[in-house]
Design a binder for this molecule. Structure first.
Ligand SMILES: [Zn+2]
Length: 112
């Protein structure tokens, strides 16, 4: 889950002028646009839980094929060699992923 924020000039229909807008993206999708001058906010209809679900689902679905490919090789030594690496890199990746997700969630909740 990635949360990106940028500041850019956009036309504000309330200020009737080009003003600095604070734009935030969730997983590359437009999430929120706020005029820095009048604080008018446009929130996109983006469900955080749905985004998270889609992301987790993608991960879960991509896993069995990756595992079975290693089994398909029928090269037991290769698999055993690959195993410790998997054990070491997975928790790190998982922690990184969870931290990113937590950050994104905090930012969205803080904006509401
Ligand atoms: Zn404005």
């Amino acid at each position: 889950m990635k949360f990106t924020e940028i500041d850019t000039y956009l036309f504000c229909s309330k200020c009737l002028d080009e003003t600095i807008h604070h734009v935030s993206y969730l997983n590359g999708k437009l999430h929120r646009v706020q005029c820095e001058k009048c604080k008018r906010t446009n929130e996109m209809d983006l469900d955080f839980k749905r985004e998270l679900y889609k992301e987790v689902y993608k991960r879960v679905v991509s896993k069995p094929s990756r595992m079975s490919e290693e089994y398909k090789n029928d090269d037991r030594i290769k698999l055993i060699e690959a195993l410790p690496r998997r054990v070491f890199t997975k928790p790190y990746r998982l922690v990184k992923y969870l931290n990113e997700t937590k950050e994104a969630y905090k930012k969205i909740k803080g904006n509401n």
